[in-house]
Design a protein around this ligand. Structure first.
Ligand code: GAL
Length: 670
C-alpha cells in the first residue's frame, strides 16, 4: 500500500470533499459526532453548567437527552413538566451541542403501570414482569401505545422547532428486555399477524404441520404464542412467533415515527439497534429500512474474540446501513455493570474500540453515558466523566479522542469501500438453527459466523458482513455460515451468483429447511445440493468431548456430515481421518459453470477455518491487501481514501517507519 502515514492523533487533520451526513443537515456541519446519553435529571442543576463546560473541553458535539425521562416529563396522566428539559435543551444549544432527542417512551412511569397493569409483559411461564426495572411494557398493548404516542406527539410539538434538535431517537433499544411477551394481548396480535401471513386456517395448519402430535387447529381462537408447554412447542409456531415479535416492535417504531414525521417532517428519525453478541430477537435486516439513519449500540464482551466481535458487529451494522455511514449511539468508555465480571478497559482500548467502529462506517461516536451515575443500577457503569471526576486518566483519554475525531472531520459522510469477500448473516437462520429438538443443541450460529470473520482477519483479508438479502454483485467470494433457512428464492439467488462467476461457501446445517422450517427432502442440503455437488444422507453431530481430525491437519468439533459427492468434478479438499466419517469428504469444492461452490461440514474454529479459507481465497483470486508481515496482526478497513490500520496484537507493530502502538489505530489518507 503506497501511503504516507499520518498520525491523526497529533496531526492537523486532513482536507477533502465530504458529503454531509443526514443527521447533520440541521447543523450544517460536516464532522464526526462525539457525545453520549446525557441524563441531567440525575444531577442537581448546578452540575449541568459544569457538564456543558466539560463537554466543550472533551469536544462533545452531540448528546442524547430524555431516554428514561417519561416519569419526570409526564408526572401525571396528560400533565407535562417540560421546564427542566427546556433548560437542558437550551443549555446544550448555547454551548453549540446538538441534541438527538429521545421520545422518552422507553420506560413507562409508575402511575401508568399502576393504573394499567395490563400493559406489563408476561413471560412464557406466565410470570408478569413488574415495574421497578425498565422497559416493562407489552409491544402489542393498545393502552401502552396510546400513552406512548401521546407523549411522542407532545415531545414533537414542544421541541420540533428547537435549534438544538438534530434527530429523533425513538424509544430506546427496542426489545432489550421486552422482545418476547406471551400475554393475551400478544396472543390476539399474533393471531392477526398469522391471518395476514397465511390468510386461511388451512394454510396455517399446512405451514405449522399440525398433523403432527394432534395439533390441528379448527378455529383461530385456538392459536397461542408458544407458551411453556408440556413438551417442545411446534417449531414453526416458534419461528413465526420470533418473526411476529420482531415485527411487533418494528410496528411500535413505525407508530412513533408516523407521529414524528407528521409533526416534524424534516427531522430524521432513528432508533438504536443492538447489533452485538447474542442479542438476536430483532431482525435488524428488516428494520434498517425503517430508520432515516442506522444507529447501533455495542458493548465489548471479554474473551479471546472480543475485539473481533466488535469489528464484526460494526461491519454488520455497516452492512445494514447499505455501506453508508451510521451512528454509534452507545458504547462504553470502560467497564459496564451487567456482565458477570465487569472488566475495565486498558489504556488505549477506549480509543481503539471507538476508532474500530469509525473504521467500519460510524460517523458518530457516542457513549452510554456522559457522567457516571452516583446511584441506581448503573452506578458502576463507566461514563465519559467517571466517579473520580475530570482529573482522571479516563476523562483525559475521552478528551484526546474528541480531539482526534475533530481532526478526522473530512472523513464524515464517506461510505465504506466494499471488500471482495463477504460473510452472509441471516436472522431467520440464527433463530431456526438454534431451535430445540435438533441434531445438537450446542450449535451457535453467530459464533460460527464470527469464527469465519476471525479467519479472514487472521489472513489479513477484508470481508464485508452483509444481511443475507444484500446484493452480491461485485463480490468474488461469499461465505454463508449455517445458512439453515433457504427458501427456493434464496437458493435461486445463490445459484445465479455462482453461475455469474461467484464463489460461494456454505457450512454444515445449511440449506436444510424452507421458510416454514420444513425439511427439503431427497438428501441435504436440499436446494443447494446440485450447486455444491454433494448429498448428505445423515447428520453426524459430535459429543462434547469428541474431536475428529482432517487430513489437512485441522480438528473438527460439534458436527460432521455423511457426505457423498455427486459428480467426479467435485474436489475433496479435506477428508476425515478419524471418527465415524473417516475416509469421507469433510471439505468440498465444486467448480461449476461460471464459478464454484464449497462446503465445510464440521466446526473448525478460527484456526482450522483459516486453512480452508486460504484455499478458497486463492481459488477466488483474492489476496490480502496488507504486506505479508502485517497479515493477521493488523486489521485493515477502508472508507474511500481513508485506510484504517488497527493493531490486533498486544505489541507495537512496525509499519515501515511508523510504530503502531498496542491497541493503536492509525488512519492513513491515500
Ligand atoms: C443499554 C441501554 C443504556 C444503558 C447501557 C448500559 O442497553 O440502552 O441505557 O443501560 O445499556 O450498558
Amino acid at each position: 500500500m503506497a501511503a504516507k502515514i499520518r498520525d491523526v492523533r497529533h496531526g492537523t487533520g486532513v482536507q477533502g470533499q465530504v458529503s454531509q451526513s443526514r443527521w447533520l443537515r440541521r447543523t450544517g456541519a460536516a464532522r464526526l459526532e462525539f457525545g453520549a446519553d446525557y441524563n441531567p435529571e440525575q444531577w442537581p442543576r448546578e452540575v449541568w453548567d459544569d457538564d456543558a463546560r466539560a463537554m466543550r473541553t472533551a469536544g462533545v458535539t452531540i448528546v442524547t437527552l430524555g431516554v428514561f425521562s417519561w416519569a419526570l416529563l409526564e408526572p401525571a396522566e396528560g400533565e407535562y413538566d417540560f421546564g427542566w428539559l427546556d433548560d437542558a435543551m437550551d443549555l446544550m444549544h448555547v454551548n453549540g451541542i446538538a441534541v438527538d432527542l429521545a421520545t422518552a417512551t422507553a420506560s413507562p412511569p409508575p402511575w401508568l403501570t399502576t393504573k394499567h397493569p395490563e400493559i406489563l409483559p408476561v413471560t412464557a411461564d406466565g410470570v408478569t414482569l413488574w415495574p421497578g426495572g425498565r422497559q416493562q411494557w407489552r409491544p402489542t398493548s393498545a393502552v401502552f401505545r396510546t400513552h406512548a404516542l401521546r407523549l411522542t406527539r407532545a415531545m414533537a410539538e414542544r421541541y420540533g422547532g428547537h435549534p438544538a434538535l438534530v434527530a429523533w431517537h425513538v424509544s430506546n433499544e427496542l426489545g432489550c428486555h421486552n422482545i418476547y411477551d406471551y400475554s393475551d394481548d400478544a396472543a390476539a396480535a399474533f393471531r392477526l399477524w398469522l391471518r395476514e401471513r397465511y390468510a386461511t386456517l388451512d394454510a396455517l395448519n399446512a405451514a405449522w404441520a399440525t398433523a403432527f402430535w394432534s395439533q390441528h387447529l379448527s378455529a383461530w381462537e385456538q392459536v397461542l404464542p408458544p407458551r411453556t408447554a408440556a413438551s417442545f412447542p411446534n417449531p414453526t409456531q416458534q419461528l413465526d412467533f420470533k418473526r411476529f415479535s420482531s415485527d411487533a416492535l418494528k410496528d411500535h417504531l413505525r407508530a412513533e415515527r408516523a407521529v414524528l414525521r407528521e409533526v416534524t417532517p424534516d427531522v430524521p428519525v432513528t432508533t438504536n439497534f443492538m447489533v452485538m453478541g447474542e442479542t438476536k430477537g430483532m431482525n435488524y435486516a428488516d428494520w434498517a429500512a425503517e430508520v432515516d439513519f442506522v444507529s447501533n449500540d455495542h458493548y465489548v464482551q471479554p474473551g479471546p474474540q472480543g475485539r473481533d466481535e466488535l469489528s464484526f458487529s460494526a461491519n454488520l451494522t455497516g452492512g445494514l446501513a447499505g455501506g453508508r455511514p451510521w451512528f454509534l449511539m452507545e458504547h462504553s468508555t470502560s467497564a459496564v455493570n451487567w456482565q458477570p465480571v465487569n472488566v475495565a478497559k486498558r489504556p488505549g482500548e477506549l480509543a481503539r474500540d471507538s476508532m474500530t467502529h469509525v473504521a467500519y462506517g460510524a460517523d458518530a461516536v457516542c457513549y452510554f453515558q456522559w457522567r457516571q451515575s452516583a446511584a441506581g443500577a448503573e452506578k458502576y457503569h463507566s461514563g465519559m466523566i467517571p466517579h473520580a471526576g475530570e482529573d482522571s486518566t479516563l476523562f483525559r483519554a475521552v478528551a484526546d479522542l474528541g480531539k482526534r475525531l475533530g481532526d478526522l472531520a473530512p472523513l464524515a459522510g464517506t461510505p465504506r469501500t466494499p471488500a471482495r469477500a463477504a460473510i452472509l448473516f441471516d436472522w431467520e437462520s440464527w433463530w431456526a438453527a438454534e431451535a430445540d429438538s435438533h441434531p445438537t443443541d450446542r450449535l451457535r450460529y453467530r459464533q460460527e459466523a464470527l469464527d469465519w470473520y476471525t479467519a479472514f482477519l487472521d489472513l489479513g483479508v477484508r470481508a464485508d458482513v452483509l444481511p443475507v438479502a444484500a446484493p452480491l454483485d461485485g463480490y468474488d467470494l461469499v461465505v454463508a455460515p449455517i445458512l439453515h433457512v433457504v427458501p427456493a428464492s434464496l437458493a435461486s439467488r445463490l445459484t445465479a451468483f455462482v453461475q455469474a462467476g461467484g464463489h460461494l461457501v456454505a457450512t454444515y446445517f445449511s440449506g436444510v429447511v424452507d421458510e416454514n422450517d420444513h425439511v427439503w427432502l431427497g438428501g441435504y442440503p436440499g436446494p443447494l445440493r446440485d450447486l455444491l455437488g454433494i448429498r448428505i444422507e445423515e447428520f453426524a453431530p459430535l459429543l462434547d468431548d469428541e474431536r475428529v481430525t482432517l487430513d489437512n491437519g485441522s480438528t473438527g468439533t460439534l458436527w460432521t456430515d455423511r457426505i457423498d459427492v455427486s459428480t467426479e468434478d467435485v474436489e475433496v479438499l479435506a477428508r476425515y481421518t478419524t471418527g465415524d466419517q473417516a475416509g469421507r469428504p469433510a471439505v468440498t469444492w465444486n467448480p461449476t459453470a461460471g464459478g464454484a461452490a464449497g462446503y465445510v461440514s464440521t466446526r473448525l474454529g478460527p484456526q482450522g477455518l483459516a486453512t480452508v479459507l486460504g484455499e478458497f481465497l486463492s481459488r477466488a483470486g483474492i489476496e490480502s491487501e496488507l504486506p505479508p508481515d502485517q497479515r493477521g496482526k493488523v486489521e485493515l478497513a477502508i472508507r474511500g481514501d481513508f485506510h484504517f490500520l488497527i493493531n490486533r496484537t498486544d505489541e507495537p507493530i512496525d509499519l515501515g517507519g511508523y510504530l503502531l502502538a498496542a491497541d493503536g489505530v492509525v488512519v492513513v489518507r491515500e
